[in-house]
Design a protein around this ligand. Structure first.
Ligand code: BES
Ligand code: ZN
Ligand code: ZN
Length: 501
């Protein structure tokens, strides 16, 4: 059997931080509670200067003097005892990536540094450009641990209260950060879960259980329904596995009906490559091949708390790609929902086969924008590394809009061109299309985008995010450096919440 037998409900695997945030008391004040831990992001420049904080002058001076006598030179976090308070100085990196991401990163490191120490209250101190609210956002992610599947739960103590020493922060902004943080934790839990636990079926159940309690429409389709929908391309990826593939759909109503956004996610719960099997070294990482789908579900989680402006249709293709006697063979020809036939020359280029059908499906409601998210190509890692994701679009304005939202949300994207000349490279002699180009063509990430473009009518604005480099072990500032990152959740959630295209 390929399922991890576990009678416990999926909720038991949610990270403690997720439950903690649900009832957490976060206050915005200038009063310092006693016995608390103060977290201060500091840019070290031949000494420290806390003039940008709202701390009382005498307190500030005391901290500055103590930091100096402790010999702190901005390398690593430093604990100080100042009166009845613990102060944690967190160095801010000297990188030109914007204060929001630097503040998040500082909060993230603070959570790691405070680790098992117990504090009744943790106070985030706003320091000039470095926002306390953003540091708190980073802290929530830093307090997450990948050890959800350890036999014995890890000991972590989380504070009972959070205080933000940042006058002017509105309750609504705090609520949004709390809800975004929970959505990110939910996403990362799905990402980090092993493939024998997060099967397409269990994922479908999670979606049903969670979203049924919200006022949204959720449905989960299986093999026979996908067949009825003529999704032969999606189904061909499932043929090697005994597990039923699932199409998870979540529809969220917007405040202003009329405009629609579709979010489409690649949800390969495992990608062994199929008959074009992957090398064994590092294959375990392919449990993360569902990161696009997880990000879409994370955005849906957030949008249930904060109603989007537009109607949002989330579509996730959950399936595993396995080799077996029933698996798709290289050379097989399959047919997608829009009638186009595809010669499958490499069964490891399976993400595009799943997305082909999902994009046709998404386009039928004529949305104002379709965004697909996928860990589509190893090539994006070669080209862009792990500090930002690849972005392609059928119109430059669409790419520019998304890049801008990404910049605002602290999520870096880089646009790659869908060179018109390369469209011929995915045409096949014996079918309409083939799922890979000849090796000399190179440009693997662009070819992936060019193949997907065949399944979206030109009249519909569409963008493709290749998050294979950033979905896990992400190198971008403000992201967890190992395990699932939740990358792209912020951007897609913001696009739906304040749609401006
Ligand atoms: N899931 C992989 C892409 C991937 C590779 C993600 C490494 C993260 C890290 C995808 O399904 C795949 O195998 N793509 C192939 C495409 C190729 C056969 C054209 C690849 O990138 O090698
Ligand atoms: Zn693959
Ligand atoms: Zn894949």
């Amino acid at each position: 059997m390929t399922d991890r037998h576990d009678a416990r409900s999926w909720e038991t695997f949610l990270p403690p931080t997720y439950k903690w945030l649900e009832s957490l008391d976060v206050s915005v004040t200038t009063d310092l509670p006693s016995q608390s831990c103060l977290i201060i992001p500091v840019k070290y420049d031949d000494g420290i200067d806390l003039a940008g904080t709202k701390l009382a002058a005498d307190k500030r001076k005391l901290i500055e003097v103590q930091a100096k006598s402790a010999g702190w030179r901005g390398k690593g976090s430093e604990f100080l005892c100042v009166g009845d308070q613990t102060v944690l100085l967190v160095p801010v990196a000297k990188l030109d990536v914007g204060a929001v991401r630097l503040s998040r990163e500082a909060g993230f490191s603070a959570a790691k540094a405070t680790g098992s120490r117990e504090f009744e209250t943790v106070v985030f101190v706003d320091n000039g450009d470095y926002s306390a609210l953003s540091a708190f956002e980073g802290y929530c992610q830093g307090a997450y641990s990948q050890g959800l599947f350890k036999g014995e739960a890890e000991k972590k103590s989380l504070p009972k209260k959070i205080t933000l020493l940042e006058p002017g922060v509105k309750a609504a902004a705090v609520a949004e950060v709390k809800s975004l943080s929970r959505a990110l934790l939910f996403t990362r839990m799905l990402q980090d879960a092993p493939a024998n636990w997060l099967t397409p079926e269990r994922w479908g159940k999670i979606a049903m259980d969670y979203f049924r309690t919200k006022s949204v429409e959720v449905s989960v389709l299986g093999r026979s329904e996908l067949l009825a929908l003529n999704m032969g391309s999606f189904l061909s990826v499932a043929s090697g596995s005994p597990l039923d593939p699932k199409l998870i759909s979540i529809k969220i109503n917007g405040k202003k009906p009329g405009k629609r956004v579709a979010l489409v996610g690649k949800g390969l719960t495992f990608d062994a490559g199929g008959i074009s099997i992957k090398p064994s070294l590092g294959m375990g990482e392919m449990k993360y091949d569902m990161s696009g789908g997880a990000a879409v579900m994370g955005a849906a989680h957030f949008l249930c708390d904060h109603q989007p402006e537009v109607d949002v249709h989330c579509i996730i293709g959950a399936v595993e790609n396995m080799p077996s006697g029933t698996a798709t063979r290289p050379g097989d020809i399959v047919q997608a929902r829009n009638g186009k036939t595809i010669e499958v020359l490499n069964t490891d280029a399976e993400g595009r086969l799943v997305l082909a059908d999902l994009l046709c499906y998404a386009a039928e409601a004529k949305p104002n924008l379709i965004i697909d998210l996928a860990t589509l190509t190893g090539a994006v890692l070669q080209g862009l590394g792990s500090a930002g994701a690849g972005l392609m679009a059928n119109k430059d304005e669409v790419a520019a809009y998304i890049m801008n939202v990404g910049r605002k949300m602290g999520e870096p994207f880089w646009q790659l061109p869908l060179w018109p000349e390369l469209a011929a490279e995915v045409k096949s002699d014996c079918a309409d299309l083939k799922n890979i180009a000849k090796p000399n063509v190179m440009a693997g990430t662009i070819i992936g985008g060019i193949f997907l473009k065949e399944f979206v009518p030109d009249s519909i604005p569409w963008a493709h995010m290749d998050i294979a480099g950033t979905g896990w072990n992400c190198a971008a500032t403000g992201y967890p450096k190992s395990g699932g990152s939740g990358f792209a959740v912020r951007t897609i959630a913001e696009i739906c919440r304040h749609f401006e295209l």
